[in-house]
Design a protein around this ligand. Structure first.
Ligand code: TNX
Length: 507
């Protein structure tokens, strides 16, 4: 066994015990309640690429896998895992903690002659931040339900808690709404590069939400407002302002050989910041109230994200008034509003959570906007673009990806940053959590997502879960390289098309 088993995120503590390994087989008895037993079979079968129908046995005669509810362990993902040749016991306060322990067990498994060996260890573990998210942009390119479910499985295996779905943007509207069916009829059938696009029916969306919930992930739906709304104009020309084509946008489009946005026609380029809803028309507010009302009804989770980024085509005073009204509308619907940090300067509903997407070294304006959420005591989700935007290239040779966030983002850069050291005045208690983002301008399918997410999503998961960098000898880049490299056999069994980055010693 290597010095440290390939565990990512790094657990709070791990002791190797002087004992023989446990051997997991399809006949290993399972002592667990029915829900925990189902979770164990599902998670361990996926991790071994083999059906492990472990038989439930309350008084097993041979070494067993035991999943126990323990009142001395905190809620929210904490667990204890003790493994030796006499058995494996995972204890937690609740199902989330047991699942976290099962994902750790998955990372410990080594193929052995007649089963799967688990080294003798004692692990105590609990997360640093409660919100550990992944944003998936299904608007620039559309991803069918099966791909989203595959992404949920990947996120769950790294102990993430939230899947943020960026459901709407200039290039497409991806959620069918009963109150406004023309949004998808007119705005769902396009994508970047002229692809066919697509959209989720209400049932598809509910299937995604349920699939996520069964894996302890909460879906955070985003309707991006009032910019990033060109697709709305395809269905409702009256609600959309004319595209604002700046010289910069025109030059970039020309450089890429793309057409400029035209009102009422699908937009298939990569440009941002040219679209806005018309905020001088009460009809826009009625529309937004209908859309968010229906979305709130479809969404069991507490959050509704209303965007607010890059609204360069919107009058600033109207923008502030709009965000103020819309966040209050979300609060009145009984949901917690989330906005990108850009909206921080407006007079938002006090419970609004801000999502920071500036750099790890912020400019004054972004830092101020982010601090406004902390002043209102609602907190921030950190998505520093130069560390956790997984649509950035790894290096200049990466075929997919963008580079605007301060050049390419190496695995090391995705790893070596600390959430509490980014924005002055924003410390652990102000941070709701950390969220990676995969924007999909240059990504068309699950293999493309995998390549851009792995291994960097593992680095972000560690920043969100584990103690701060340098906290222990193993919370270092050098240890992470080794540990993440050791996950390659597991990722291959799980069918994850990871990027075999040259910085990592892959097993
Ligand atoms: C910025 S970050 C955007 C997105 C792009 C992304 C590409 C943010 C809130 N907006 O519209 O897709 O960069 O990396």
């Amino acid at each position: 066994m290597p010095a440290f088993p390939p565990l990512v995120p790094l657990p709070t503590s791990l002791l190797t015990v002087d004992d023989g390994p446990f051997l997991l087989t399809a006949r290993t008895p399972l002592t667990a309640d029915p829900d925990a037993a189902a979770a164990a079979r599902r998670i361990l079968s996926a991790a071994t690429a083999q059906t492990l129908d472990l038989p439930v046995d309350a008084r097993p005669a041979s070494p067993a896998l035991t999943l126990a509810h323990a009142s001395d362990i905190g809620a929210g993902g904490a667990y204890r895992l003790v493994a030796a040749d006499t058995g494996v016991e995972i204890s937690a306060a609740d199902a989330v903690g047991l699942a976290a322990g099962l994902h750790t067990l998955s990372q410990l498994l080594r193929p052995a002659a007649d089963g799967w060996a688990v080294p003798a260890v004692r692990i105590e573990d609990a997360p640093r931040f409660a919100h550990r998210g992944l944003m998936l942009d299904v608007a620039r390119h559309f991803f069918p339900v099966a791909d989203v479910c595959a992404v949920i499985d990947r996120a769950a295996s790294l102990k993430l808690t939230h899947l943020h779905l960026h459901l709407t943007d200039d290039q497409g509207w991806r959620l069918h709404l009963r109150s406004h069916p023309s949004l998808t009829a007119a705005g769902g059938g396009s994508a970047i590069g002229g692809g066919p696009g697509g959209f989720y029916t209400r049932e598809d969306y509910q299937e995604i939400v349920a699939y996520a919930a069964a894996r302890h992930l909460t879906v955070v739906p985003e309707i991006d407002l009032p910019g990033h709304t060109h697709a709305v104009g395809l269905a409702y020309p009256r609600l959309a302002a004319d595209p604002v084509v700046t010289p910069d946008l025109a030059a970039e489009a020309a450089g890429r050989g793309e057409a400029l946005p035209v009102a009422g026609e699908p937009y298939t380029g990569l440009g941002v910041g040219f679209s806005s809803l018309r905020l001088d028309d009460e009809a826009t507010f009625e529309f937004v109230a209908d859309v968010l009302g229906e979305l709130a009804h479809l969404t069991p989770g507490p959050y509704l994200h209303v965007g607010g980024d890059e609204a360069f085509g919107t009058d600033p005073d109207q923008y502030d008034a709009f965000l103020s009204r819309v966040t209050q509308l979300v609060a009145d619907l009984g949901k917690v509003p989330v906005t990108w940090h850009d909206a921080g300067r407006a007079d938002l509903a006090p419970e609004t959570v801000g999502q920071y997407w500036g750099l790890t070294t912020p400019d004054a304006e972004s830092a101020d906007a982010a601090r406004a959420f902390v002043r209102r005591a609602s907190g921030v989700i950190l998505s520093p673009a130069d560390a956790v935007y997984l649509d950035m290239k790894y290096d200049h040779d990466t075929p997919r990806g963008l580079t605007w966030a301060n050049g390419p983002t190496s695995v090391r850069r995705a790893y070596e940053w600390d959430p509490a050291s980014i924005i002055e005045g924003i410390a652990d208690d102000d941070i709701v959590g950390v969220e990676a983002a995969v924007w999909t301008e240059t990504i068309e399918d699950l293999a493309g997502l995998d390549t851009m997410m792995f291994p960097r999503l593992a680095a972000v998961a560690e920043a969100a879960w584990s103690a701060p960098l340098g906290f222990s000898p193993d919370r270092t880049w050098e240890s992470f390289r080794q540990r993440v490299g050791g996950l390659a056999p597991l990722w291959r069994r799980q069918g994850i098309a990871f990027h075999a980055d040259g910085e990592i010693p892959w097993a």
